[in-house]
Design a protein around this ligand. Structure first.
Ligand SMILES: Nc1nc2c(ncn2[C@@H]2O[C@H](COP(=O)(O)OP(=O)(O)OP(=O)(O)O)[C@@H](O)[C@H]2O)c(=O)[nH]1
Ligand SMILES: [Mg+2]
Length: 325
């Protein structure tokens, strides 16, 4: 471990963000980080894996664990996504339970508790999207009392907005107070336990979600076929391509392939152009991005593909082994 990670005044804290799909987990992480690392969309079930997003405030390291929204489903992929949410809570000192103020808060809480079905240690309630609705303190207090009858260990709540930053400073203050003295886990400048490949595939999927909206259901995933990194090539011209990336967008049916490609390739081109900008910001250099679209029927049930997408089997998994084509 680097010596700078062991300064006697260093503090660290790991926090898992849990909630139903669309509660605003990834948005809150980006808001706290100060940049868009994890992907966000108006479609529920955007995040599929659990992973760390780390930053420091003075000498305090904050590790936020993004997780998929907890939901009910009998689909193999969804069971694995729910498994990721539970796994994300393991090892965290504090859980943030996010409840979307625009929803029915008590049933949102009950659904989440049923879906998680794990015992939670220290948990803070985060009411999100305060910019969208005005709820009275009496109303919030009543919901909070209800939550405390089911989760007595919950002691505090926050009402905030990731859009306009309302009360975010109160949360960061409490996070720093709760962090414990100890070494940092990530060296300065490292922001995640996932590599660039992961974020590249996420940024492509984010653009596919954004551009295609409801035209394309969830039956799309992105795999990275080639990632050639020329950044450390000292003789290389910095104006030239610094990373050459080939990626495949997997879809379930040929009709979906036609949608993703678009007339004369217009849609795939737009996905590529928009994703490339974000990837260039991530890798800090020019990127040549080559995108393909492949039909892989029922890819979301294929164990090999799910493993490749970072979704390992869970206890609830049905036995799924399909030969790789
Ligand atoms: N107005 C407003 N919209 C928000 C806020 N937080 C999140 N959103 C929106 O809510 C939608 C879902 O946000 P995400 O951050 O992707 O939610 P999530 O909980 O990570 O969702 P999954 O990954 O699907 O589980 C997006 O359209 C966000 O822009 C907020 O504070 N205010
Ligand atoms: Mg998310």
């Amino acid at each position: 471990m680097l010596i700078e990670n062991q300064h006697p005044l260093n503090k660290s804290i790991m926090i898992a963000l849990l909630g139903k799909p669309n509660a605003g987990k990834s948005s809150l992480i980006n808001c706290l980080l100060g940049f868009d690392l994890t992907i966000v969309s108006r479609k529920p079930q955007t995040t599929r894996n659990q992973f760390h997003c780390a930053f420091t405030i003075d000498k305090t390291e904050v590790i936020l664990v993004d997780t998929p929204g907890v939901h009910r489903s009998n689909q193999e992929m969804n069971k694995r996504m729910n498994g990721q949410a539970k796994f994300g809570a393991e090892g965290a000192e504090v859980n943030f339970m996010l409840l979307d103020l625009t929803s029915d808060l008590k049933s949102e809480f009950d659904d989440l508790m049923n879906g998680l079905s794990i015992s939670l240690n220290e948990t803070w309630i985060i009411f999100t999207k305060s910019d969208l609705v005005q709820k009275s303190i009496e109303e919030i207090d009543e919901v909070f009392s209800y939550i405390q009858t089911k989760l007595p260990q919950v002691e505090k709540y926050f009402i905030l907005s990731s859009k306009n930053g309302e009360n975010i400073h109160l949360l960061t203050g409490e996070i720093c107070d709760r962090a414990v003295f100890g070494p940092h886990h990530y060296p300065q400048g490292h922001v995640s336990n996932k590599n660039e490949r992961f974020f590249v595939s996420e940024y492509i999927r984010e653009q596919a979600f954004e551009i295609l909206r409801d035209e394309l259901p969830y039956e799309c995933a992105v795999t990275i076929d080639e990632f050639n990194d020329f950044r450390r090539d000292e003789e290389g011209d910095p104006e030239k391509v610094q990373a050459k990336i080939s990626a495949t967008i997997l879809v379930n049916r040929p009709s979906q392939r036609a949608i993703v490609v678009g007339k004369q390739g217009i849609i795939i081109k737009e996905i590529g152009t928009k994703a490339r900008k974000k990837i260039e910001a991530l890798v800090g250099g020019k990127v040549f991005l080559n995108l393909h679209v492949k039909v892989r029927p029922k890819w979301f049930k294929n164990n090999f593909i799910l493993e490749e997408l970072g979704l390992p089997r869970v206890q609830e998994s049905t036995r799924v082994w399909r030969a790789q084509k």
